[in-house]
Every structure is written in structure tokens, then in C-alpha cells.
Design a protein around this ligand. Structure first.
Ligand SMILES: [Ca+2]
Length: 660
């Protein structure tokens, strides 16, 4: 944030004249045009669908979240115009999923605006969002609480947590090893309190830290006693306490100080990031420092997006390594950001709002839950980094809605003009939130690539919206590879043996394929779905056809996020038991799973009903008949052929629409 003096004087500025509104509007149009023409495929700034600032990272349950403030596209009064906070998350530090707005100043009935730098922390299964907001008597700190990182947050107190004095901005909370939580904040003074265990109250009154040049550095001018400005980021690493802060007025640099205790005495350690000057620089900066998956990251903001400026900032990210003595090296801004910590699985549902970089797009609340990508016009694109197509993809599904005449999603590898592996045509769906799943064939996508969803169409400003997408693999990988499951290979058919056993349960992956094929007199293989994890198991791909005297194929999908898909089908053997539907321990039974639609064996039982774990009802034992005598060898062969054909169709079929 900027210096309080400048901010407070701006608060009393007269309402902006209409001519200024028009000027801002003109600038915005120019900015939008500039954005359209940008060919940048850099990964910083990490969010392109909004102007964001004041990053506050949080690691929770294996995922890295970052709360940000939000500079509105239309700046009012030539000053910070900030109404709500935003939340993004990642698993790989390059692809960021938009979680929308967890709260706004309107979350607090006593607030009147100025949703400035937030800080979200997790404790006791709850999430606390500490925020500065303004009202008619100056800046105050509020605290909101929620049961999930993305909210919805509600005002925990119905009044301000900190309301004494002035300059109550940039709250930052750290919970020490002994469980004591500290709240630091302030511009131009640095205050702290020890929070009670409830995280929403504190004993006594705020304490003002004694700012000395030995602790916080000398200022390059004399308007304050030390270089400290605002935005404290307080944390502990090993036995050393760190306080990182914007310093030395505007433009701000980032400096830091350390101590052997949470309350000082502080020893100034120097600068981390230099002042930003020239194009792409903003006069403020704001640090967020965190470790994730064994790496150390430094969040900050600049003005590098098209149309950016001091009131239109963007959050960026760099990786760094601590020196052996615990000091922090100087960190430079880059347009590339950190190296990816992993690849992205395109064979599970990927939210369209999971983005490494994009151009021309916005996001909005989706009627199907979560967020969708909107404001799509001809030439816009989404880059998703490090997509692992494995041995190949055969088709692409996109969940889309269009109130207009639609357009196309070109699937390109490695650049906006890279190899075209498929084109998905999107027609009108009857409404901007009327969702349909569109599919297209894919060829030539193997291995790891950056995926570009390049949008084309007419001249409209909003051709269509996208909720999510996914690819279908060339063939269901055995035993979860490359999706992380333990491997298990379907057994080869045996002339008198058993069908292969299904792949072992993938921890977060795709289920193993069922037995490759039935033995002529063997029993079938069964495939198990992935057990839980982020990626739902795809369920038993299909129980293989039962052998001449074999048992049934069974597909079992253990519960993942959306549950495993049940075994698609299973065919009973001539004397075998009919197919059993895929079970689903949790989540969805699979809208085309669920039932084993087993064809009855000559003396077998009917196909069993699948067990739906929610969502779609359990499938029926359809296309079945009670066991009856199909004793002709020719009929038996016919059944096996039908079953094989059915499996192929089911594998190639688009995934069912997943409702939330
Ligand atoms: Ca979505």
C-alpha cells in the first residue's frame, strides 16, 4: 500500500468529475485493446483476469492458496478503488485456480469501502480473514471467519477487531510454535497484539513497536524515523523470526529485519527487492513469504499487466533459496516466475479457471458451482502449463454455455500458434449460464506440453463461457499410470485361464483397466477405480467379458472426489455370473457407471445393480435377462463380440456432465 499520509489526503478528495470518468473509461478501452494485442506468454503476473495486489499466501491441506486484494478495472477518484478480496490456489506453482471472491467490505456491516491488504490464516479447522477496511472514522481492522478457505466468510464480531488510533492497515497474523498468535499491522507505526486462542479478541491494548534504524533501517529522506513503511509479513523459520516489509516511502522497496523472539529486539537485515521504476512498476509493493513442497517463494506485486499502474497492480511470484545463515538473497522481478513442481493431469476434470497465463478473459460465479471463464472474444487464450498427455488423448470435452452464436476452442500445443490437435465447436446453448458438454476428437497430443485453449469466433465480446474441460486418454492406462496409482496390468487372456486382474487402486489416479480380455473359459478381470484423492477413480474400465465358463467382470470405483465410475459393463460367461455394477464408496456412482449392464450368461444371473454413492441413481441391471440357456457356442461368441464392442463404445464415450 501507499503511505498513509498520501492515502488519508486522497480519502478527502472531491468526487471525481464526470469528465474524469470518461477519461478513465477511455484509458480502460485502450488498456483492453492493449491486452488483446499482447502476445506475452509469461507466467508473471500470476493472475490476468483481474488486477490483484497485496498477496498473502497460505498452505493448507497440501494446496497453496493466496489471498489478494483487488484493484477494480475502473479507478475512481484517481485512487485505490478496491471493493473485495480474491482467492487463488495452486498445486504446482504455475497453474492457478480462481476461487472467486471470498469476502468484500460489504461482509462487514460497519465498513464503507477500501478492501485493502488481507491476511488469511487457518486454525482449529476454521479460516480467519483479517482485513483493513475504512469507514467514516478511518481505517480499522476486521476479522471474518469461514469453514473453508474460499468462504463464504462472515463477520466474526459485528464490529472492528482493532479500531483505536489511525493507520490500521495491513494486518498480518502468525501463530508461534507455542500456540500464541500475534497480529502485527500498521502504517506509519508498527503495532502488535497477542491474540487470544479464539483468534478474534485480544487482552489489553495494542503495543507500538519501537522503530529504530538498527531494527528497520535508515530512511533515504527524513519524513519518518526509519525505513519502515507498512505491510509487515511476520513468520518464523528455524529459531529466527522474520519481519519483511515495504520500506522507504514511495516507490517502495522490500526490506526485512530479524529477531530471536516474536517481539524483538529487531536487527535490520537489508533489502530483498528493489524499488520498481519505469514501465511495469508500481509505487507500492507488498511481500508474502512462504515455503511449499520444500521450496521457498516470495510473493509481491507490480504493474506489469497491460493497462497496469499504481492503482492497477498484479501479484507476481519468484522462487528463492535462503542463505546458509538464514538470510534472504536479493530477489529480482521476472516475467517467467518459478519452475513447475509437477505436471497437470488432463484426463480428470480441469476447471477452466485453472490458468498459467491468459489474455482478454474474466471470471465469474458459475451457476453450476465454482467459477467459469467469461468475456471470451476472438483471439483470447488460456495457457495451461505442463499438461501430461501420456501416451495420447483421443477426445476433448468442454463444459460450455453461450447466449450468442458460440465459436471454437482450438487446442494447440506449446504456443498460441502451435500444433493444432483438435478444434471443439461451441454452438449456442440458449443462455450464458445454460451449460452443455461439447466434444471433439483429438489427434497428436502425447507427452508433456503447455496447452493453449485458443478461442476463435465472430466479433462478439462474449462468444461463450467455459466451466471446465477434460481429455479422454487413448486407452485407459493400466493401474493408474500416469495418474499416480500403483500399477497393475490387466492380465492377458488365457485360453483356459482367468482374465487379468484389474489394476491396483490408484491413490489419486485412474483405475486400472480391467482384464484385457476374457479367457475363452476363464473368468473376467475386474478393474478397480482409484481410491479417493483429488482425481476420481475412473472406476473399473469395464469388467471384461466372462469366459465360457468364467465369472463376471466387476468394476469398482472407490470414492474419489466425484467417486469412481462404476464398471461400464460386464458380460457374463456362458455359465458365469453376470456383471456386477461398479460400486462407489463415496461420491457419484457414475452417471454411466453404476450398473453393470451384464448380459446374462446362459445360466448366469442378471447384471447386478450398481451402488451409487450419490449423485446419479444407481444404474439398473438393464439389458439383462435372467439366466437362460444360451448354450450354442455361436451365440456365446456373438455375446463376447457384442460385449467387446460395447466396451469400446463406452471407452470412447464422452464423460457425463458432472453437476455439483
Ligand atoms: Ca469452473
Amino acid at each position: 500500500m501507499a503511505g498513509a499520509t498520501a492515502k488519508e489526503s486522497h480519502r478527502m478528495s472531491p468526487v471525481m468529475a464526470a469528465s474524469s470518468v470518461r477519461r478513465v473509461a477511455a484509458v480502460l478501452v485502450f488498456a483492453a485493446l492493449s491486452m488483446r494485442s499482447s502476445a506475452s506468454i509469461a507466467d508473471n503476473p500470476i493472475v490476468q483476469t483481474n488486477y490483484t495486489a497485496d498477496p498473502a499466501p497460505l498452505v493448507y491441506d497440501g494446496r497453496l492458496y493466496v489471498y489478494t486484494s483487488h484493484d477494480e478495472d475502473v479507478t475512481v477518484n484517481d485512487f485505490f478503488t478496491m471493493n473485495d478480496w480474491r482467492l487463488y490456489s495452486t498445486l504446482d506453482m504455475v497453474n492457478w485456480t480462481d476461487h472467486g471472491s471470498p469476502a468484500s467490505y460489504r461482509t462487514f456491516s460497519w465498513g464503507t469501502g477500501d478492501a485493502w491488504a488481507p491476511h488469511g490464516v487457518a486454525r482449529n479447522g476454521k479460516f480467519y480473514l483479517y482485513v483493513p477496511i475504512n469507514n467514516s472514522t478511518g481505517s480499522k481492522i476486521g476479522v471474518a471467519v469461514a469453514n473453508s478457505p474460499a468462504g463464504p466468510f462472515t463477520d466474526a464480531l459485528g464490529r472492528a477487531l482493532v479500531s483505536t488510533g489511525s493507520g490500521n492497515i495491513d494486518p498480518n497474523v502468525f501463530i508461534d510454535d507455542d500456540g500464541q498468535a500475534y497480529l502485527y499491522w500498521g502504517n506509519p507505526n508498527l503495532y502488535y497484539v497477542r491474540l487470544n486462542a479464539d483468534m478474534i479478541s485480544f487482552p489489553g491494548s495494542p503495543t507500538q513497536t519501537n522503530l529504530t534504524t538498527a531494527g528497520f533501517g535508515a530512511r533515504s529522506n527524513s519524513d519518518r524515523a526509519t525505513a519502515y513503511e507498512e505491510g509487515p509479513w511476520f513468520y518464523k523459520r528455524g529459531s529466527l523470526y522474520y519481519l519483511v516489509y515495504p520500506a522507504d516511502g514511495t516507490p517502495e522497496k522490500i526490506s526485512y529485519t530479524t529477531s530471536s523472539g516474536p517481539l524483538g529486539p529487531w536487527m535490520y537485515r537489508g533489502d530483498i527487492m528493489a524499488k520498481q521504476t519505469g514501465a511495469g512498476g508500481s509505487f507500492t509493493n507488498h511481500p508474502g513469504v512462504i515455503d511449499y513442497k520444500g521450496h521457498s517463494y516470495f510473493f509481491y506485486h507490480n504493474a506489469a499487466l497491460p493497462g497496469g499502474g499504481g492503482y492497477k497492480r498484479s501479484v507476481c511470484l519468484e522462487e528463492f533459496s535462503y542463505n546458509a545463515d538464514g538470510t534472504i538473497p536479493t530477489i529480482r522481478m521476472t516475467t517467467t516466475g518459478p519452475v513447475a513442481l509437477g505436471t497437470l493431469n488432463p484426463f480428470q476434470q480441469v476447471e477452466a479457471e485453472t490458468i498459467a497465463f491468459s489474455s482478454g478473459l474474466k471470471t465469474e460465479v458459475c451457476s453450476e458451482g465454482g467459477i467459469d471463464v467469461t468475456s471470451i472474444s476472438n483471439g483470447d487464450y488460456i495457457k495451461v502449463k505442463g499438461v501430461d498427455f501420456g501416451t495420447g488423448a483421443v477426445s476433448f470435452d468442454a463444459r460450455v454455455a453461450s447466449a450468442a452464436s458460440g465459436g471454437n476452442i482450438e487446442l494447440r500445443l506449446d504456443s498460441q500458434t502451435g500444433t493444432l490437435v483438435g478444434t471443439c465447436s461451441v454452438a449456442a446453448t440458449g443462455g450464458a449460464q445454460t451449460w452443455m458438454t461439447k466434444s471433439c476428437t483429438v489427434t497428436g497430443a502425447t507427452g508433456v506440453h503447455d496447452l493453449f485453449l485458443k478461442f476463435t469466433g465472430g466479433s462478439g465480446a462474449s462468444l461463450f463461457n467455459v466451466n471446465w474441460w477434460k481429455f479422454t486418454p487413448r486407452d485407459a492406462p493400466d493401474g493408474g499410470a500416469p495418474d499416480g496409482g500403483a500399477s497393475g496390468t490387466g492380465g492377458a487372456a488365457g485360453t483356459s485361464g482367468r482374465g487379468g486382474a484389474g489394476g491396483a487402486v490408484g491413490t489419486s489416479g485412474r483405475g486400472g483397466a480391467g482384464g484385457a480380455s476374457a479367457g475363452s473359459s476363464g473368468s473376467s478381470g475386474g478393474g478397480r477405480g482409484g481410491a479417493g484423492g483429488q482425481a476420481p477413480g475412473a472406476g473399473g474400465n469395464a469388467g471384461s467379458a466372462g469366459g465360457a465358463s468364467g465369472g463376471a467382470g466387476a468394476g469398482t470405483g472407490a470414492g474419489g472426489e466425484t467417486g469412481g465410475r462404476g464398471g461400464a459393463s460386464a458380460t457374463g460367461g456362458t455359465t458365469g455370473i453376470a456383471g456386477t455394477g461398479g460400486a462407489s464408496a463415496a461420491g457419484r456412482g457414475g452417471s454411466n457407471g453404476g450398473a453393470g449392464s451384464g448380459v446374462a450368461g446362459t445360466s448366469g444371473a442378471a447384471g447386478g445393480a450398481g451402488t451409487g454413492g450419490g449423485g446419479d441413481p444407481a444404474g439398473c441391471g438393464c439389458q439383462t435377462s435372467p439366466g437362460g440357456g444360451l448354450r450354442s457356442p455361436l451365440l456365446m461368441v456373438f455375446l463376447l463380440v457384442v460385449a467387446a464392442s460395447r466396451r469400446r463404445r463406452l471407452r470412447a464415450a464422452p464423460a457425463p456432465a458432472r453437476q455439483r
